[in-house]
Ligand binder design. Structure first.
Ligand code: ATP
Ligand code: MG
Length: 694
């Protein structure tokens, strides 16, 4: 119980029923979860019956680390994962009752787009992505295609719902699920199958959920079914930090808890242990205009601290220069010693580039988080397609990518005819390839090449199943890449040799990462395995689609963090710069949407509230110093337009002393002083030396 205040202890010690910890940023909610895991084990709950749900894989990895240092080896067996990873577990274990093979594939966003193009008969990616968006929202609301069509508001929605039906048929045929299905299908599984539901309810001793305010309706239902009547769970959240409304998260989940669980114990935490009072007040001022779901107060005993800095710049490059100068001047001042004490946060991924350039120029190491993930890179997706195909032969999107990467002399027409044949016979492409009547639609030579490919995949699959441990896995992967000529393929298809080399480095890194997982060296509960055991390559391949970062390795790096605000949730840094605080970016453009509709005001109001929460999340990441910066001009597409400072800057400053500063001036002064001092001490030293010689 050390390191917990009374309210935190209360939440940790209450294990017999449902518990909600509702509190503002930095009040130790996540700490409650980690400590409660330890407390439960101490109270005799088996580690493997404890489930802790985090918002990201990275947060899961971090919590696992902390739990391990608190409770030691037992922590390894605790299941700490995201809702989606939990979905994979449930489906791999019991999805058969829904007609899903345990080795089903998980489609990524690009696969989904291309299946939708096919299902909707279009070649236009933008249209397909719009469908994808709409279908995702429906799925998050728990609607199937028929229900979506029934509630469609216009023809457009009706068409989309029908495309959804065709899309779902394809997914079934491919034995594949998309990301939203990882919540929706387990929900269906537990709802419709009492024996499965009871099994899990009996198995789980306690469920803990972090960042509860960002769960959506289907996640709520899933949680409810998992914990059953007894409701042994602990949810922690902050309604002021709900920033995923645009993805279907709903604050109703917070309101529903006390209704659905009348015995709910609510604990409020009021002390913030993260930020100085100046930072905390700035945050409170920004969030203040939002309607209050629950009254909350937050105080800090860390002292008033540095005033919040407001930095204005001419344009984005200038802004980046200033942010970098700020980092240098804080270091020169001796206030922050390590690069990892600093973060620059912004609204959208594309804003990262200028900061990257400025940091590079200043030779400051950094990482970009929340940007393009390792697994989104084309070369990694190529390899993943192969792995997916070993795991699930019926995964048609993976089949098409693997058979054409690298090219193996099987042409477009052959594949097209194979596709038509497979559809007619109701087979997957892989099954169709071995059909005895394939010869009637394709020339013998084409059939021969297809057979060769099929046998090769079967052979790889067999070997992957029997390859265990890191060394064997590494050898296997190296051989396989040589076999298919992947390195040559990269150099052939890439104009720039440097780019090809960097892609190949990624491939090597990926193999290494896979190998380490086979060796059990990396704890990872995203899939089906308990960490620490050797795994076969095929088992590891089953879990990769879910992991989106190589975060474990990144964690300890001593580098400056560049991150989107959304990806910064739950994290903290001593010194934070919030960049791009201009109207139109933060808050995001609010005016030109929904024009002419009656609902425009309500819609804008709600969006502004979410923008406020986003700003609140950003401000509350800072521990000791905070700068918010804005630019007088900003790029918008190809144009440069005049920009206004975000309304949040003025609001924030209500009773907070802010200081306008030009970090470059300060840095110049510091450098001059440093030069003067070192000249002085050098002079003194040489005078002393001269004295000694004399
Ligand atoms: P967020 O809302 O941003 O997710 P949170 O409520 O989850 O924040 P934590 O991340 O758990 O807050 O804690 C914030 C910081 O305060 C951490 O550095 C944590 O170690 C520290 N902290 C939490 N509780 C205590 C405590 N009782 N004593 C000392 N430090 C604490
Ligand atoms: Mg937290």
């Amino acid at each position: 119980m050390s390191g917990l205040n009374l309210a935190q202890q209360e939440a940790v010690n209450y294990m017999q029923g449902p518990c909600l910890v509702l509190a503002g940023a930095g009040s130790g909610k996540t700490r409650v979860i980690t400590h409660k895991v330890g407390r439960l084990i101490q109270a005799g709950v088996e580690a493997k019956r404890i489930l802790a749900i985090t918002f990201t894989n990275k947060a899961a990895a971090e919590m696992r680390e902390r739990a391990k240092s608190l409770i030691g080896r037992d922590a390894r067996e605790v299941v700490i994962c995201t809702f989606h990873a939990l979905g994979v577990r449930l489906l791999r274990s019991d999805g058969a009752v829904l007609g899903l093979k345990p080795q089903f594939s998980i489609l990524d966003s690009d696969d989904v787009t291309s299946i939708l193009k096919d299902a909707g008969g279009t070649t236009d990616s933008a249209t397909a992505r719009q469908w994808q968006w709409a279908i995702g929202l429906w799925k998050n609301m728990g609607l199937n295609a028929a229900q979506a069509e029934a509630q469609a508001k216009d023809d457009n929605e009706k068409v989309t719902a029908r495309i959804m039906a065709r899309y779902e048929e394809r997914l079934t045929a491919y034995q594949s699920v998309d990301f939203d299905d990882l919540i929706g299908l387990p929900l269906k599984l537990l709802r419709d199958h009492a024996e499965v539901r009871e099994k899990w309810q009996k198995h789980l001793g306690h469920v803990l959920v972090d960042e509860y305010q960002d769960t959506n309706a289907t996640q709520y239902e899933l949680l409810k079914l998992l914990v059953g009547e007894r409701g042994r769970f602990t949810a922690v959240g902050d309604d002021d930090q709900s920033i995923y409304g645009w993805r279907g998260a709903t604050l109703d989940n917070l309101k529903r808890l006390p209704q659905d669980y009348p015995q709910l114990k609510v604990v409020k935490l009021e002390q913030n242990y993260r930020s100085t009072s100046a930072i905390l007040r700035a945050a409170n001022n920004v969030i203040q205009p939002n309607p209050k779901l629950f009254p909350k107060t937050l105080f800090s005993e860390l002292g008033e601290g540095e005033p919040v800095r407001v930095v204005d710049a001419d344009g984005e490059d200038h802004e980046a220069e200033r942010a970098v100068a700020r980092i240098q001047s804080i270091r020169a001042n001796g206030m922050g010693h390590e690069w990892k004490d600093f973060a620059i946060l912004y609204r959208a991924n594309h804003q990262a580039r200028v900061f990257e350039q400025a940091l590079r120029k200043a030779q400051i190491p950094y990482k970009v988080s929340g940007g393009q993930s390792f697994f989104d890179r084309a070369e990694i997706r190529d390899l993943c397609a192969w792995l997916r195909l070993w795991v699930n032969n019926d995964d048609d999107p993976a089949f098409l990518r693997a058979i054409t990467t690298p090219k193996r002399g099987i042409g477009h027409t052959t594949l097209q005819n194979l596709g038509i044949f497979a559809t007619k016979m109701k087979l997957s492409l892989f099954e169709a390839l071995f059909s005895s009547s394939l010869g009637s639609v394709l020339p013998a030579k084409a059939v021969g090449s297809l057979h060769e490919f099929g046998r090769y995949v079967n052979d790889l699959e067999f070997r992957a199943r029997h390859t265990m441990g890191a060394e064997d896995a590494r050898a296997f992967l190296t051989d396989w890449l040589k076999d298919i000529g992947y390195e040559k393929h990269l150099y052939d298809s890439e104009d720039s040799e440097r780019l090809a080399a960097s892609r190949w480095t990624n491939v090597m890194e990926f193999c290494d990462w896979m190998a380490q997982r086979c060796g059990g060296q990396i704890d990872d509960t995203a899939g089906v395995q308990i960490a620490g055991e050797k795994k076969s390559l095929l088992e590891v391949a089953q879990t990769i689609s879910l992991l989106s970062t190589l975060s474990e390795r990144e964690q300890d790096q001593n580098v400056v963090t560049l991150s989107t605000l959304h990806a910064s949730k739950g994290l903290e840094w001593p010194h934070v710069t919030l960049a791009g605080c201009v109207e139109g970016l933060l808050p995001f453009k609010l005016d030109d949407e929904g024009a002419g509709k009656d609902t425009v005001n309500e819609g804008i109001l709600q969006r502004l509230q979410e923008e406020r929460r986003l700003m609140y999340v950003g401000i509350t990441r800072a521990q000791r110093s905070l700068a918010v910066s804005w630019t007088r001009k900003r790029k918008k597409g190809r144009d440069v337009i005049a920009a206004q400072p975000s309304r949040f800057i003025a609001e924030m400053a209500l009773d907070v002393k802010t200081v306008k500063e030009d970090p470059r001036e300060k840095l110049k002064a510091l450098r001059a002083e440093f030069a003067r001092k070192s000249a002085e001490s050098a002079a003194a030293a040489s005078a002393a030396a001269a004295g000694g010689a004399a």
